[in-house]
Design a binder for this molecule. Structure first.
Ligand code: V0V
Ligand code: CO
Length: 179
């Protein structure tokens, strides 16, 4: 934002930098908002956040950010009680915050909480075909946590990639149910 305000003006990029953009004929807003799209990922489906107390966390997100819960579920296999809070609804599918409370201490989220405390646990990317995406990613040498999709929130098919092969970010692929 370039307001006529001393504080904000001091944060402006140097004039030379602005001119480089203009020489290349790339309008700055477009480069920021419309990069080239991924062939594999359709959107960020959700950001998974590890919490100790799901009900408390839901209330905090509702009160502070005005988000509302779309679905809650206990997923025995994954060892979590979770809630999906809608951030935005768009053509390829919604994007959510997923709050995750462990139901067992030795579950992935239970171990994560013991080690790191509450915070961002994983990123879930939307894909059109989770099996195809898994095969393509495995071919790149990335270790898969799940060789086959499992049951995820709101009926989605999900699969995780190992964080040690994805720059320390636990990554989930999400094929949402088509409406
Ligand atoms: C573990 N590590 C992580 C991590 N969890 N690094 C980044 N982000 C995370 N969330 C690191 C950890 O610090 C260790 O690093 C190493 O990986 C081994 O971790 P561990 O817990 O001691 O060992 P494992 O092998 O028992 O478990 C790690 C994996 C596990 C990633 C395999 O957490 C897993 O299967 N996760 C996928 C399932 C899951 O997270 N489900 C809950 C969400 P150092 O110390 O060796 O350097 S369910 C969900 O999202 C649903 C249902 C949905 O979206 O619909
Ligand atoms: Co998730």
């Amino acid at each position: 934002m370039f307001c006529n305000n001393n504080v904000i003006l001091r944060q402006m990029p140097p004039r030379g930098a602005v001119r480089v953009w203009q020489h290349r004929g790339i309008p700055a807003r477009h480069t920021r908002e419309r990069g080239s799209e991924s062939a594999m990922f359709t959107r960020i489906d959700h950001v998974g956040i590890a919490v100790r107390d799901l009900d408390k966390a839901i209330t905090w997100y509702e009160t502070t950010f005005g988000l509302t819960v779309t679905a809650t579920e206990t997923n025995e296999e994954q060892g979590v009680r979770e809630a999906m809070l809608l951030v935005a609804d768009a053509a390829p599918g919604g994007s959510y915050v997923q709050l995750l409370e462990p139901i067992r201490a030795d579950s992935p989220v239970g171990k994560f909480l013991a080690r790191n405390g509450e915070g961002v646990h994983h990123i879930g990317y939307g894909v059109n075909d989770v099996e195809k995406a898994l095969a393509a990613i495995a071919e790149q040498g990335v270790r898969l946590v799940d060789k086959r999709p499992r049951h995820g929130s709101m009926g989605a098919s999900i699969a995780f990639l190992h964080p040690k092969d994805t720059g320390g970010v636990l990554t989930e692929l999400v094929q949402a149910v088509k409406h």
